[in-house]
Design a protein around this ligand. Structure first.
Ligand SMILES: Nc1ncnc2c1ncn2[C@@H]1O[C@H](COP(=O)(O)OP(=O)(O)OP(=O)(O)O)[C@@H](O)[C@H]1O
Ligand SMILES: [Mg+2]
Length: 330
């Protein structure tokens, strides 16, 4: 069934919207205090984006993606990045078949729907670049042949920003291919207690999680998301936010600390993510608040700050927050 979103708000949510809400509810019981991360995971899936989760160890980054993937009836794989990883370990490789005397391509882990790349900054640059092609183009080239990846295809990568030893910082071109940069932070004492209770009770029960969302539901929901109306006024607002990183508009003073502004990918991702956010909230049109809410997680990871700004303790998130504050919605 193809349910098209019309310009009137639907009185009852569509089947796929209900399923997505169920996934969100289920995840919020398993990932204490991670509502924002859950929302960004769902938006990435619905808008065809990839996300990078940053935070110190032990904050349920891996758990979040594992549990998310369990609720979706999609092919899921986890890649643990190590310095000796080779591009072919993730893309696949041609193997020689003795019985036929021919080479046959053996698909690597990137030929899955949801790919968790744990500790992505531990992977060497050649692997990061293979990942880049997959994320940007949805395809892989090897031995002169280009192969399409599965649909949907979503990369969720994690990294610990504090660790430097034995890591290869992701190049800017790589970062630009992520839709979201999500930061996870330490829980407060109340949430810490809930985490403890949740994990301890899981240890005493062995409940097998049922998938709630099928592949065709996701593909249908993605179609519905791309039909969500995004007005000229909202498009202009998104452009104002991104152009502000280049010193245009009222936030010019703040933008002085930016040496590498955001590319048009930022506005495209922000628009698509806002459509998915509106859809999750049961609306068939994007409001400026959708873009406002997501701006920091979309834009902050793709800008570079001057040496001076960094020395003064300015960070990309605070710069984008200030830009959002200074940029008029209409
Ligand atoms: N907010 C949370 N909700 C539920 N469980 C949590 C939460 N925070 C931490 N945990 C628990 O803490 C443990 C560590 O989680 P996990 O391995 O996913 O962390 P991580 O962020 O991937 O760490 P690392 O960076 O070291 O890989 C798990 O047992 C997980 O259940
Ligand atoms: Mg982990």
């Amino acid at each position: 069934m193809t349910a098209e979103l019309n310009t009137e708000s639907p009185a009852t949510p569509m089947h796929e919207q209900t399923l997505i809400q169920q996934v969100a509810d289920n995840l919020s019981q398993q990932l204490i205090g991670h509502e924002k991360l859950i929302n960004r995971l769902l938006i990435s899936l619905l808008a065809g984006g990839h996300l990078l989760i940053e935070g110190p160890p032990g904050l349920a980054k891996t758990r979040a993606i594992n549990r998310f993937a369990q609720l979706i009836d999609a092919q899921f794989v986890r890649i643990q990045s190590t310095p000796d990883l080779l591009p072919a370990d993730i893309t696949g490789t041609d193997i020689f078949k003795q019985n036929t005397g021919e080479f046959q391509f053996l698909e690597g882990p990137l030929f899955n729907n949801i790919v968790l790349v744990d500790e992505v900054n531990r992977a060497p640059p050649k692997v990061q670049s293979a990942l880049l092609e997959a994320m940007g183009e949805g395809q892989i080239s090897s031995g002169g042949i280009t192969r399409n990846l599965k649909r949907p295809f979503m990369v969720a990568a994690t990294q610990n920003p504090i660790e430097h030893e034995g890591t290869y910082p992701l190049p800017e071109a790589q970062l630009d291919r992520f839709m979201f940069f999500v930061e996870v932070t330490m829980p407060n004492a109340d949430n810490e207690r809930k985490i403890l209770d949740t994990v301890l009770s899981e240890m005493s029960t062995s409940l097998q999680q049922q998938a709630l969302l099928q592949l065709n539901d996701i593909i249908e929901a993605q179609k519905q998301v791309s039909d969500v109306h995004i007005s000229d006024a909202v498009r202009d607002y998104i452009v104002r936010l991104v152009a502000a990183t280049r010193g245009e508009g009222l936030a010019a003073k703040v933008a002085e600390s930016i040496t590498m502004p955001a590319s048009p990918r930022a506005s495209i991702f922000l628009a698509k993510a806002s459509q998915a956010q509106a859809y999750i909230n049961g609306r068939n049109y994007v409001s400026p608040e959708d873009a406002e809410l997501l701006a920091c997680d979309v834009i902050s990871g793709r800008i570079g700050l001057s040496y001076q700004a960094r020395a003064e303790g300015v960070n990309a998130r605070s710069v984008i927050d200030a830009i959002v504050q200074a940029t008029p919605k209409i």
